[in-house]
Design a protein around this ligand. Structure first.
Ligand code: AMP
Ligand code: MG
Length: 423
């Protein structure tokens, strides 16, 4: 049985960024750039006005009370080629190009209307209210680097360079395999001994919550070796990441490990010193990753948060991989023995104190999914700790959308920035 840190290290080391594709610029938001974007333009392209007012020559407005003749107007979108003579002003609007000869803009609020003239009531310094050409982006500047997560502002910057597409990392395709002779579909009546396949829904939702597309959910498979083998074979052929649930423990009908062996998945670990989720298995076939998640609904989701979440990020090209976490004060004692890392399901109360209070859910059973419902956090009880005292501080994992990824891992005990992929 390996430790949580060792298992997680194997997962993030095994996952490698997928290839790349060119997408429409808007669709690049939330994705990871697979190319540098170097500016071929200056933004703004020319000196322009930051205010509505008058373009002037600085020497004319060095003292308050200057009286300048208005010789024209430059509405946004138009350009005035004629150089501005001494003692004159041109009416100008936000974004309009400053005419040649002018180097300063006086705000309309600092002027008085005098018919064909304007009186500048204050002294204005050279360059005031002028946005310089290239002030935002200079020609040759790298505005996006490969490996960078693209947000709305990046999309705007790239668009301002006149580019409508970007090369980004592919996102992993995920397949869900649900094993269990007791399982029925959500719209089937559950007879005695039968259980609705809720894991497929919870895991698909966990994938969707990250921002990735919906996974492929394969039909339920019974606890028969041949059926499980065939389903895992199909899943591995069709997806970059396979998430199976159930059948991975030591019961008579737990065929997932053997089925993975049979289809040539190299098993990198099975069984982790953790609670819940001890029977977790992980392997790879080529670049395809397979997680044999335990069937217990809580175990499956906890393993998703701790292991699958960072793996999916890595595949999607992200370099910050870690599930966001925050420090919290335990609100009530937790009885436990040392030996396993425990993910205690807690409710976080961001009240008045310096740190939020983490209150453990009433039931910590791995079958009681309500202990994870409603935005629960996973308080990490280190393997070497016995009973947890109220008032002690712990790290609490808060999995969720990819946008919230953390920069360091409380589980690996270090800041881990993975290098970006080469596609
Ligand atoms: P297993 O890991 O196959 O021994 O399953 C452990 C427990 O999880 C059993 O109580 C199962 O009924 C339950 N379980 C397994 N798969 C699912 C599933 N897809 N949805 C809901 N519960 C499940
Ligand atoms: Mg089972």
């Amino acid at each position: 049985m390996i430790s949580v840190a060792d298992a997680l290290r194997i997962v993030v080391d095994t996952a490698a960024p997928l290839g790349s594709e060119r997408v429409a610029l808007v669709d690049a938001c939330g994705r990871v750039a697979a190319e540098d974007v170097v500016s071929t333009r200056a933004v703004p392209a020319a000196d322009n006005s930051a205010m509505d007012g008058f373009a002037v020559r600085a020497e004319d407005v060095a003292e308050p009370g200057a009286r300048l003749r208005i010789v024209g107007s430059v509405p946004a979108g138009s350009v005035r080629a004629e150089p501005l003579a001494r003692g004159t002003a041109v009416k100008i609007f936000t974004g309009s190009v400053v005419p040649p000869g002018a180097d300063t803009v006086v705000r309309v609020e600092d002027t008085e209307d005098a018919g064909e003239h304007v009186i500048v009531t204050v002294a204005v310094s050279r360059g005031a209210n002028v946005r310089r050409a290239g002030e935002d982006i200079a020609v040759g500047a790298t505005v996006v680097r490969a490996g960078q997560e693209i947000g709305p502002a990046d999309v705007g910057v790239i668009a301002s360079l006149g580019r409508a597409a970007l090369t980004v990392h592919c996102r992993p395709r995920i397949a869900i395999v649900s094993t269990g002779a007791e399982l029925v579909e959500v719209d089937e009546a559950a007879g005695p001994g039968q259980v609705v396949n809720s894991n497929a829904y919870a895991l698909a939702a966990a994938v969707v919550e990250t921002g990735l597309p919906r996974p492929l959910v394969l039909p339920i498979v019974r606890d028969r070796f041949e059926d499980i083998r065939a389903s895992l074979e199909e899943a591995t052929a069709r997806a970059d990441v396979v998430l199976s649930t159930g059948g991975v423990s030591v019961g008579d009908y737990d065929f997932v490990k053997d089925a993975l062996d049979a289809i040539g998945v190299e098993r990198l670990f099975w069984k982790v010193a953790q609670k819940p989720g001890k029977p977790l298995a992980f392997g790879r076939r080529g670049t395809r990753l397979v997680f044999g998640l335990p069937g217990n609904p809580v175990s499956a989701l906890v393993c998703f948060a701790v292991y699958v979440w960072p793996a999916l990020r890595r595949l999607a090209g992200h370099t910050r991989l870690h599930v966001p976490s925050e420090r919290a004060v335990l609100g009530a004692p937790v009885r436990r023995k040392p030996g396993l890392t425990e993910f205690v399901r807690v409710h976080l109360d961001h009240g008045r104190g310096r740190l939020p209070i983490a209150t453990p859910f009433r039931s910590q059973s791995s079958g009681v999914l309500t202990g994870l419902a409603g935005g629960a956090g996973l308080l990490v009880a280190p393997a070497d700790r016995g009973a947890l005292e109220a008032g002690d501080e712990f790290d609490v994992l808060r999995p969720g959308p990819f946008a919230a990824a953390g920069t360091s891992s409380v589980l690996l005990g270090a800041t881990v920035a993975m290098p970006g992929g080469t596609c």
